[in-house]
Design a protein around this ligand. Structure first.
Ligand code: MEV
Length: 289
């Protein structure tokens, strides 16, 4: 038996979400499946998942279980792979130990795993992998404010792999914090990204999409220091072809920045762009059906 979870796509608001600004996110149909076996050698991420499960549910696990993970989500590329793997592993453990967990309890478990991996996550990835759908998210001092978005808009986007970042999400959250400390005016970028997320969200509810906002968002992220030369080259190439593109997720600043979220008003142009990047890119439709 296998347990599945899907990934996520941040349309706008990564990094700003950590500072309590609104963000816009969608579940995507690409995901992971996980099977559970008797015992095996595990890395710290998977060991921690079992420790969190034991602690939160009171189930004693004698030896660590082996997980067989089959993932179509590229690791560390901004599509929520760590949260999705954690959610599928928690479902597998719950089944093995005959524990019934509701979605709120899963959110709590996945959040604990994400904190172990990312230090100070906003919780957006966790919510996206457990609940899916298209939603706006704002971190508060208590529980996040989450609003599902109703839209008849169906957009195609091209995800272009700019390379697996050398940095982790935790590193990139720290890079932004350091850059803001060095250059306090960058706080304005965080607020401006929040305004962009709110506008894109309102537009979605009115079934419209303003492509220029994606371009502005990328510029603000670049100034925050989360985009790499590799990613910038792809963004420029897309813009030359009349499209818009931005990093999605934590990014990376010294090698790849993970997936580049690319839009074009003429969706046929997306297919042409995809040919240039062939196996490193794929087209998705969202909100997910
Ligand atoms: C990671 O998918 C998005 C970040 O904003 C971190 C977070 O919100 O937890 C970079």
């Amino acid at each position: 038996m296998t347990f599945t979870a899907h990934g996520k796509l941040i349309i706008s608001g990564e990094h700003a979400a950590v500072y309590g600004q609104p963000a816009l996110c969608s579940g995507i149909s690409v995901g992971v499946s996980v099977g559970i076996g008797e015992s095996g050698e595990l890395d710290n991420f998977l060991k921690n998942i079992q420790d969190v499960f034991s602690k939160q549910t009171g189930v004693a696990i004698g030896t660590y279980h082996r997980f067989v993970i089959d993932s179509l989500l590229p690791v560390g590329s901004g599509l929520g792979s760590s949260a999705a793997v954690a959610y599928a592993c928690f479902q597998a453990l719950a089944d093995m130990y005959d524990i019934n967990l509701n979605s709120e309890e899963y959110v709590h478990l996945v959040d604990e795993s994400e904190k172990y991996m990312h230090g100070n996550p906003s919780g957006i990835d966790t919510y996206a992998v457990v609940h899916g759908g298209l939603f706006s998210f704002r971190r508060t001092l208590t529980s996040p404010e989450i609003k599902p978005i109703i839209t008849s808009l169906r957009l195609q986007a091209l995800l272009i792999q700019s390379g697996k970042p050398k940095e982790t999400t935790k590193d990139m959250i720290a890079v932004v914090a350091q850059n803001i400390e060095k250059t306090p005016s960058l706080k304005q970028n965080i607020e401006n990204i929040g305004v962009i997320s709110t506008t894109i969200t309102e537009n979605f509810s009115r079934n419209t999409f303003d492509y220029a906002l994606i371009k502005q968002n990328q510029k603000l992220l670049m100034q925050l220091g989360v985009s790499s030369p590799e990613a910038d080259t792809i963004v420029h190439l897309v813009e030359k072809e009349g499209g818009v593109a931005k990093i999605t997720g934590a990014g990376g600043n010294t090698g790849g920045s993970g997936m580049i979220l690319t839009f074009h008003e003429d969706e046929a142009k997306l297919v042409e762009l995809q040919k240039q990047f062939s196996e490193h890119s794929y087209i998705i439709t969202f909100p997910m059906e």
